[in-house]
Design a protein around this ligand. Structure first.
Ligand code: PMP
Length: 295
């Protein structure tokens, strides 16, 4: 295997304002974030050497930090520039870009007001696959046991590492049962999202997607809503109960990693990826295509 583990690669990682050799981008075990989950991150993508929606992701990262009661000590423009620099320095064109901000090791204890806030940005090659022949099969997803937490129980809207405990557990259980992912309900038993992607359903030529008020409002989700409206497809953001899932004809997931991924089934309910899903895959592929600077 070319890359046995993620900590053992060639390349450069941006760490607190400096480029460090990949293998030296380390933290100590007495790091607050490791013990108490005080970290936030973004999953982003570059296409053809250009970051997609970089500023939206940097702003959401800053906001996730504030939700966790810390201010990332870099402004959005600096974070955008750092991501571009990581791409250049590692000579990447199609890449996954992963900024992570965390509380450091100055204090270990629940209260850690004066622990320093760190920011690291890593990136690695990650080609996209918009081949419709491959994509349109769709993935099968299970129902998760865990629910998205009530926003009064956890900082539900942040991309905070701690929220992913239940996502990893749900994903593992789904994979063991032969599914690609798991659909999570919200704390009130309504359809919410998958473990790292938002969900859309199609009925009578319109898109329906849950209101993102207790889970991550994906940047891909917002992009796809705009693209659908641009194509004249009505979009309804509304409460969707699991009993309704049998009423829809198509289903797909959206996310930086998922892009637009057709779903062929949720538990025992079957969907047939169709014309609306295909149109949005194409529209998304076009939207992420790198723009050439005007001559
Ligand atoms: N929900 C969760 C829980 C996620 O982790 C992600 C991926 N970041 C998404 C939704 C989709 O978000 P985005 O489109 O911004 O990648």
């Amino acid at each position: 295997m070319a890359h046995p583990t993620f900590d053992d690669r060639d390349g450069w990682i941006w760490l607190d304002g400096r480029m460090v050799a990949w293998r030296n981008a380390k933290v100590h075990m007495l790091t607050h974030a490791l013990h108490y989950g005080s970290s936030v991150f973004e999953g982003e993508r570059a296409y053809g050497g250009q970051m997609f929606r970089s500023t939206e992701h940097s702003s959401r990262l800053k906001e996730s930090g504030r939700t966790m009661d810390f201010e990332i000590p870099w402004i959005v423009e600096q974070i955008d520039a750092a991501k571009a620099e990581v791409l250049r320095r590692n000579d990447l064109t199609d890449a996954c870009v992963r900024p992570l901000a965390w509380r450091g090791s100055e204090m270990i204890g629940v209260g850690a007001q004066s622990a320093a806030i760190h920011l690291g940005i890593a990136a690695w090659e990650w080609p996209s696959d918009f081949d419709p022949a491959h994509r349109m099969h769709g993935v099968r997803i299970d129902m998760a046991d865990y629910r998205r937490p009530d926003p009064t129980t956890a900082p539900a809207l942040a991309e905070a590492s701690g929220l992913y405990m239940i996502c990893t557990l749900s994903r593992h259980r789904a994979e063991r049962r032969g599914f690609a992912d798991a659909l999570m309900l919200d704390w009130q038993g309504r359809v919410a999202e998958c473990t790292a992607a938002n969900v859309f359903l199609v009925k009578d030529g319109a898109l329906h997607t849950p209101i993102a008020d207790c889970f991550l409002a994906g940047i891909t989700r917002a992009t796809v809503i705009d693209l659908a409206r641009g194509l004249g497809v009505p979009v309804f953001e509304r409460r969707i109960m699991p009993a309704e899932l049998t009423d829809f004809s198509e289903c797909f997931l959206t996310g930086t990693a998922a892009e637009v991924t057709p779903v062929s089934g949720i538990a025992s309910i079957a969907y047939k990826p169709g014309a609306i899903t295909a149109a949005l895959i194409d529209a998304y592929a076009e939207a992420v295509r790198p723009r050439r600077a005007a001559a």
